[in-house]
Design a protein around this ligand. Structure first.
Ligand code: AMP
Length: 282
């Protein structure tokens, strides 16, 4: 498996597929790959003739320089993991100038307001950065379908809007969250946690499950309190936000209206490492 560092080399490798009207699946990632990423690649391989996996730590989506700096970079083991997937997988790991040329800035987007909720409130400019890099990548890779995880549910909804705004001919496929045995959502950032912290972090999904189980029994204010109390009692985890939101608009809601789909979203710090998760409530 060859790792393509520039688009010309990637396009050359893809050309035999494109000439025969074969379908191209695309899995954009920031590397430090785990089984969650691999599940996306496997689904893409099952549904397409060939699959491009990009590995690119995107500077414009980080609002804290330190977070960008500390983001794990593990290209060699990523390539090893991708080799184990059956299918025509092409790796694209451009450097910053290959994608951005000399202009490392974000385009300003209006994603109908969903970019201002939750992650948008806590990570200023984050979704402009995500939209900018995916617009560049989609135009280079030209996939038929792109696979994104529900782990970043708000990002998934933003990307659906992005392809409408940019009129990109790509289907966006949402894929289920892959979890550790403890329930903790797999994440590249988990690599920054030690064994004890990983054990503590299991409380995130345990709490989301408790909210889901009590969704018909408690009102939203009681559910919010339940989560706050749970994290107040834990000295290792710091709750940044917990919100029950409309699954379509991603706006926080305070009452359970009929015929509405809800999801709970959470962000928690474990010794400075920021983890997010979410769950469908009904
Ligand atoms: P990242 O490398 O964190 O930018 O993630 C790349 C893609 O993998 C995104 O679409 C994520 O939502 C998805 N992803 C990350 N973790 C998981 C997981 N645990 N389960 C499913 N998809 C995931």
């Amino acid at each position: 498996m060859i790792n393509h560092e520039n688009n010309a080399s990637l396009q050359k490798a893809l050309s035999p597929f494109l000439e025969n009207c074969k379908s191209v699946g695309f899995v954009p990632t920031m590397g430090a790959l785990h089984k969650g990423h691999i599940s996306l690649v496997e689904q893409a391989c099952n549904e397409n003739d060939c699959v491009v996996v990009s590995i690119f730590v995107n500077p414009t989506q980080f609002n804290k320089a330190q977070d960008l700096e500390k983001y794990p970079r593990t290209l060699e083991s990523d390539l090893k993991l991708l080799k184990s997937v059956k299918g025509n997988v092409f790796v694209f790991s451009p450097n910053v100038s290959e994608l951005y040329e000399n202009n490392i800035t974000s385009k300003k987007y209006n994603f109908s307001g969903i970019e201002n909720e939750m992650e948008g409130k806590h990570r200023e400019g984050h979704f402009d950065g995500v939209g900018t890099v995916l617009n560049l990548l989609f135009r280079m890779v030209k996939p038929n379908k792109a696979y994104l995880g529900e782990k970043d549910f708000q990002q998934l909804e933003v990307v659906k809007k992005l392809v409408e705004i940019e009129k990109l001919p790509v289907d966006i496929i949402g894929c289920s969250i892959v979890r550790e045995k403890s329930g903790l959502a797999m994440s590249s950032r988990n690599k920054r946690l030690n064994e004890d912290q990983l054990k503590e972090a299991a409380l995130i999904f345990k709490t989301l499950t408790e909210v889901q189980q009590n969704f018909d029994v408690l009102n939203f204010s009681q559910l919010n309190k339940l989560v706050e109390n749970t994290f107040d009692k834990n000295q290792f985890l710091e709750l940044e936000y917990f919100e029950i939101a409309n699954s379509k608009t991603l706006k926080t809601e305070s009452n359970n209206s009929p015929n509405t789909s809800y999801r709970a979203f959470i962000a928690v710090f474990v010794d400075g490492v920021r983890l997010i998760d979410n769950i469908a409530l009904n």
